[in-house]
Design a protein around this ligand. Structure first.
Ligand code: TRP
Length: 363
């Protein structure tokens, strides 16, 4: 369906720019009841393997099936990373990584949050529909208070309100996010319900959206939790890591002396190595090590060497592509402007409806 609509648009020659083509595409998709997808990633550091398998890989698929808004959440990052000296580098790098992973600025809206001023307007309106008690109870807020006791700013408290604004600004319903964001989505739904109760029906109720239901968790290399920007740096593989660093990190992963009885259950840190292998190695490679494990003949040194090489083969092309794109600042600028235009058009259309619904129209 999506492909047909795109092809039809190309044939009609009605689009004078990629921008208007996207809008018509979004409208047509809405008219055939295609829901809108919206998600964001905070540019607080470069992207890692968890971002790739948990988000980007799915975004690449979604951009062919839905009208999509993918955003770099730079305003959110100000709540925890007030020092902006690295922000430009991070934005350039993370945007380049999105593009290197296959996101196409002609297909979806790829933009920076701070370029869409309507976000801040909606954020303020929605804050009047958000209850302080509820915000204070949010687990992510409590975590951040623990992590940054000297910077418990109000933006940290209203973080989920800003996120709701990002989503509702495009009247998006489908939000591809991990489990840790469920609470924020629930808050967004509560805000929607209150808005509809107090004013009138404007927004869909946003829900978490993932293919097949099961989220892929990319485990960290130290056997503790999943890969993340803030945890142990040596346990996280970045899409920007050079080959030798990838090898070093994989070889340092925790193992033990091996199973002592056939078909034993795997300890977490060993299971994690198999999970990582499943993501980047060939199926018969994985099978060979599974068999070795079950027969108690596995040599973890060999397994990690294999995993390291397969990881290098997986990450190196993305890294090299992202590096080349990152150098091309003119192209990045073009992509950011194009994305901001698409996002702003959609935001302005929504805000018109929102102001009316709220009674903020005096003439
Ligand atoms: N809070 C999200 C995270 O930390 C990032 C984010 C910001 C987001 N705005 C969003 C995700 C809107 C989905 C939709 O991962």
């Amino acid at each position: 369906m999506t492909v047909t609509v795109r092809a039809a648009l190309a044939n009609w020659h009605i689009s004078t720019s990629a921008h208007s083509e996207f809008l018509i595409f979004a409208l047509l998709m809405q008219s055939v009841k295609k829901e809108i997808v919206m998600s964001g990633i905070r540019p607080t550091g470069f992207l890692h393997l968890g971002n790739y398998f948990g988000a980007l890989r799915n975004f690449v698929r979604m951009q062919d099936e839905y009208p999509c808004f993918f955003m770099l959440a730079d305003l959110h990052s100000l709540t925890t990373h007030p020092d902006t000296s690295q922000l430009k580098t991070n934005i350039h790098r993370v945007l380049a990584e999105h593009l290197a992973c296959g996101l196409d600025p002609d297909k979806s809206a790829l933009y920076c949050q701070s370029h869409v001023y309507e976000t801040s307007e909606l954020y303020l309106y929605l804050s009047t529909l958000s209850m302080v008690g509820e915000l204070e109870k949010t687990p992510t807020f409590k975590d951040k208070v623990r992590q940054h006791p000297q910077n418990v700013n109000a933006g940290l408290l209203t973080y989920p309100v800003l996120q709701a604004a990002d989503i509702l600004l495009h009247r998006a319903k489908l939000v591809p996010v991990g489990k840790d964001q469920e609470q924020h989505l629930e808050m967004a739904r509560n805000i929607v319900v209150r808005f509809h109760h107090r004013y009138s029906e404007v927004f869909p109720e946003p829900v978490a959206f993932n293919y097949g239901g099961e989220l892929i968790k990319v485990p960290s290399l130290d056997g503790a939790g999943k890969m993340s920007k803030s945890e142990n740096q040596y346990a996280t593989l970045y899409l920007s890591d050079p080959d030798d660093l990838i090898r070093k990190k994989v070889m340092k992963a925790k193992t033990d002396t091996g199973p002592t009885a056939p078909n034993s259950p795997k300890p977490d840190y060993i299971e994690n190595l198999f999970l990582l292998m499943k993501l980047v190695s060939a199926p018969d490679t994985l099978q060979k090590f599974e068999e070795d494990y079950n027969a108690c003949t596995i040599r973890y040194g060999d397994m990690k060497k294999q995993l390291a090489e397969d990881m290098v083969r997986f990450i190196a092309p993305i890294r090299e592509k992202a590096e080349a794109i990152q150098q091309d600042t003119e192209y990045l600028k073009k992509v950011m402007i194009q994305g901001a235009e698409k996002a702003r058009s959609s935001a302005q259309a929504t805000m018109k409806v929102v102001r009316e619904a709220m009674g903020l129209n005096y003439y």
